[in-house]
Write a protein that binds this ligand. Structure first.
Ligand SMILES: Cc1ncc(COP(=O)(O)O)c(C=O)c1O
Length: 480
């Protein structure tokens, strides 16, 4: 086989080194040499050079920082060579390992969420935090005990991919009781890792490159990134204060043959507006002229005030036929940290959502699903939650009476919008920062819920807080 004579020098102990040394000295295989053999020679040469480089590093002849640059140069010199992992193991190198290419962001404009920023600032300034949307009180201890019971009983392995059947059955029954529509627990109900995952899996399943999704602004912050990651385009309709109702003419004006999804949220975060029957009538008319699917985020379904009714799309069979209804246990049971939610839709739609869910989450926390199955069976209607939060809303409103803030209508959710224009003309982010730094109360501006910054005049305050928290915050707000 060899096309040349080989004299083994004592310092070359390995076949690869011998071959590499020959090549280094200009001894090349004849053209008749099979390409695989040539490739092997070149690989050997590369490895030989790499080994020499590493030896020089170990001997301290080249700096650690420079080592990686030289490896990158070598990789460029031998682009086709594949390297065994052991050749990349550099025991002494602990310096920076820069990437040779650049990472192209899929969400280049996404930064740290406003909720994180405001909470950090609230902590730094010792401010009372009415910015983040979760309770500062605990959930029902009985619910914790129920989860603990299942943990101790050994329910600690994967749940079925679509969710525990007992929970899906309980949810199906709940929707029959509340909204009169039966989703088949086996084929039409999917348990997800929070509503966030349900929204992500749904939008990923339905939206293809170039599809349009109608989004109402201000909008919950996870909607647009999920659309963009699928190559879809959000088409924005603005909800305008003071009542933040949907302008259905606006919807008609952005509707196009490319509209794949109309994305609704009621009760609405951050405005507290809820859909009315008139809205549903408008939506029904619009759906007659399009093939769009409705995705509806109903995580605050049990938090609707003043005798209003939650207009779940599950109530309307014609719409439910082409809707994905999404909700969550987090808001309903004061357990936002457990991150369990669900999606319901006709089987054809749920199958597609499930195909994505299978690879995003696969299965959701088993003992928590068992516990929710029990509590949903026991009280599907969650009767006391609306009055619980209505009392908190009214307490907060009475406590800030006499302040210069003007409350806007709040029909649902646990968020109260306050108009601050009698106090300041600053944009909302600037005013929210001022409120933390100078007055020790954290709230959320609406700008981050919009695709274009510059909203002004209104901040969102979360009243899912202990009465004492609301009292202390209100004292500060009254003093402004
Ligand atoms: C409108 C809306 N949708 C979805 C979510 C996320 O719900 P989950 O925590 O179940 O993912 C929230 C949480 O704040 C929300 O306000």
């Amino acid at each position: 086989m060899p096309d040349y004579e080989v004299v083994v020098m004592p310092e070359y102990r390995y076949r690869s080194e011998i071959l590499a040394a020959l090549l280094l000295h200009g001894v090349y295989p004849k053209p008749t040499t099979p390409p695989a053999l040539v490739h092997e020679f070149v690989s050997d040469l590369y490895r030989f050079e790499l080994r020499r480089l590493r030896d020089r590093l170990v001997r301290g002849e080249i700096p650690r920082d420079g080592y990686y640059d030289r490896v990158v140069e070598l990789r460029r010199k031998y682009p086709l060579v594949s390297v065994k992992p052991e050749f990349w193991t550099v025991p002494l190198y602990h310096g920076p390992m820069p990437l040779t290419g650049t990472v192209r962001s899929k969400l280049p404009t996404t930064g740290v969420s406003i909720f994180t920023t405001m909470t950090q600032l609230a902590n730094e300034h010792g401010a009372i935090n009415l910015s983040q949307g979760f309770p500062d009180f605990d959930c029902d201890p009985a619910l914790v005990e129920t989860v603990a019971k299942y943990l101790r009983a050994g329910f600690n392995q994967y749940a079925p991919m679509p969710g525990l059947l007992a929970l899906r059955e309980a949810l199906s029954e709940k929707v029959v009781r509340l909204y009169g529509h039966r989703y088949d627990p086996v084929t039409e109900v999917l348990v997800t890792s929070g509503a966030t995952e349900a929204l992500f899996s749904t939008l990923t399943a339905l939206v293809h490159r170039g599809d349009e999704v109608i989004v109402f602004e201000p909008a919950y912050d996870s909607y647009v990134p999920a659309i963009q990651l699928s190559g879809g385009e959000p088409r924005f309709c603005t909800l305008r204060g003071p009542d933040y109702r949907i302008d259905w003419d606006d919807v008609r004006s952005v509707l196009s043959p490319r509209t794949r999804v109309i994305l609704l949220n009621s009760p609405h975060n951050p405005t507290g507006a809820v859909l009315s029957r008139d809205d549903i009538a408008e939506l029904t008319l619009i759906l007659e002229h399009t093939d769009a699917i409705v995705v509806t985020d109903e995580v605050y379904e049990h938090i609707v005030f003043d005798g209003l009714r939650h207009e779940s799309l599950a109530r309307y069979p014609a719409i439910a036929n082409r809707a994905v209804v999404i909700s969550s246990f987090g808001k309903t049971y004061h357990t936002t940290g457990w991150k369990v939610g669900y999606a319901m839709a006709p089987a054809g739609l749920i199958t597609e959502v499930q195909r994505v869910h299978q690879f995003v989450t696969f299965a959701v926390n088993t003992p928590v699903q068992h516990a929710y199955a029990e509590v949903v069976q026991a009280d599907p209607v969650r009767t006391d939650l609306a009055s619980f939060y209505q009392r908190k809303r009214d307490l907060f409103l009475s406590l800030i009476e006499g302040s210069r803030f003007r409350p806007l209508a709040c029909q649902g959710t646990y968020f109260q919008l306050l108009d601050y224009t009698p106090i300041s003309e600053s944009d909302d982010t600037a005013f929210a920062l001022q409120l933390i730094r100078e007055h020790g109360v954290a709230a959320i501006p609406l700008s981050p819920f919009m695709h274009e910054p510059g909203a002004r005049g209104v901040l969102r305050f979360c009243f899912a807080k202990k009465d004492e928290t609301l009292q202390r915050a209100s004292e500060r707000l009254r003093a402004i």
